[in-house]
Design a protein. Structure first.
Ligand code: AHR
Length: 330
């Protein structure tokens, strides 16, 4: 039932967003081979950081795909700070790269710098995470997962898991980075689905910043402050893995005393799922590199691209994780 991770679909989703993003335009300012001076496309890429296994896999995918596609990559690690991403984008504009791609650490506050790129006629591609700019002409396309859908899948598993019980279900939630698209959307999708049944109660919800260390720290606090936790919903595997250490440290059995749902499906998470410590994982694929390079070549050439490119993903039960682990790429 589960599909190969790297399968993707192209989908033009929001009709209104098509106005600016999907339209054919003249070749970009760098004219496809500008900055490097050797006919190669130069891409400035601003990465969020190295906060999780997912992010490491995503960076590898982008770097390897750039090499394969013959794209010269100027890579910058923002260490989870928006100010560093803004500086990096400004520097890419000054260097007159052909195209800028970035994964915005948070959703808000990008209009000014995106306008600067637009004025310099350098096309921008959003990858992995969205921005909340109302002016969709500021970027050409957005390639990445549907995070609301991921949250819904987590909620749907929970509803199914407790369908035969009328008892209250106490949930604690480890949110991703505050203000980031995956944190906002995974929370919203999950909340929407579980709201249908009043027995589900989110007893505590706090950010763990998508890291293992913070996931552990916040789970330790939850275990002290919240009696009778039935379920942990962590917005990524790394926070879930940190929380497992906290749960075991408190003398409880993860997967039994507390059921755990996470998002990502990186190898370490899948191993914990196969071992019965995690109960269910919603996949979020980091292998965006090949599609990103393809889109970059098209926008630099002034070709039409869809306004939204959605990554196709699946979910994993414990049994499915055992089957998938031997060939898992990341
Ligand atoms: O934006 C994708 C999210 O960012 C991943 O789910 C998480 O692990 C990462 O840090």
């Amino acid at each position: 039932m589960f599909r190969k991770v790297s399968a993707f679909v192209l989908a033009g989703v929001v009709a209104t967003a098509m106005t600016g993003c999907g339209s054919t335009s003249a070749p970009a300012g760098g004219a496809g081979g500008g900055a490097a001076g050797d006919g190669k496309i130069t891409m400035g890429f601003s990465q969020v950081g190295a906060e999780s296994g997912w992010r490491t896999a995503n960076t590898k995918s982008v770097q390897e795909s750039a090499k394969t596609a013959g794209v010269e990559l100027k890579f910058s690690d923002a260490q989870q700070k928006q100010e560093n991403q803004i500086k990096a984008i400004r520097s890419f504009v000054q260097q007159k790269v052909d195209v800028i791609a970035f994964s915005p650490v948070v959703e808000s506050g990008w209009d000014t710098v995106l306008k600067e790129a637009q004025n310099a006629k350098i096309p921008v591609i959003l990858t992995d995470r969205a921005v909340d700019s109302t002016d969709t002409t500021l970027y050409k396309t957005f390639l990445g997962s549907d995070f609301v859908e991921e949250g819904k899948k987590a909620g749907q598993w929970l509803v199914e898991e407790y369908k035969d019980s009328a008892d209250p279900v106490n949930i604690v939630e480890l949110q991703g980075t505050t203000g980031s698209a995956p944190a906002n959307d995974r929370k919203a999708g999950f909340a929407e689905v579980i709201a249908a049944e009043p027995k589900f109660k989110i007893a505590a919800s706090q950010t763990g910043d998508f890291t293992r260390a913070k996931g552990k720290e916040v789970m330790e606090a939850f275990l002290k402050s919240t009696p009778d936790i039935d379920v942990l919903y962590a917005h990524n595997d790394d926070m879930g893995l940190g929380a497992i250490e906290a749960i075991e440290g408190a003398g409880k059995v993860p997967g039994k005393d507390i059921k755990i749902i996470t998002v990502d499906a990186v190898k370490d998470g899948m191993q914990a799922l196969a071992d019965g410590k995690i109960s269910f994982i919603v996949e979020c694929s980091p292998l965006l590199g090949p599609q990103l390079m393809d889109l970059a070549k098209k926008v630099v050439a002034g070709e039409q691209v869809p306004a939204r490119v959605v990554t196709e993903e699946t979910t994993f039960t414990q049994e499915q994780a055992k089957q998938a682990l031997p060939t898992r790429q990341y």
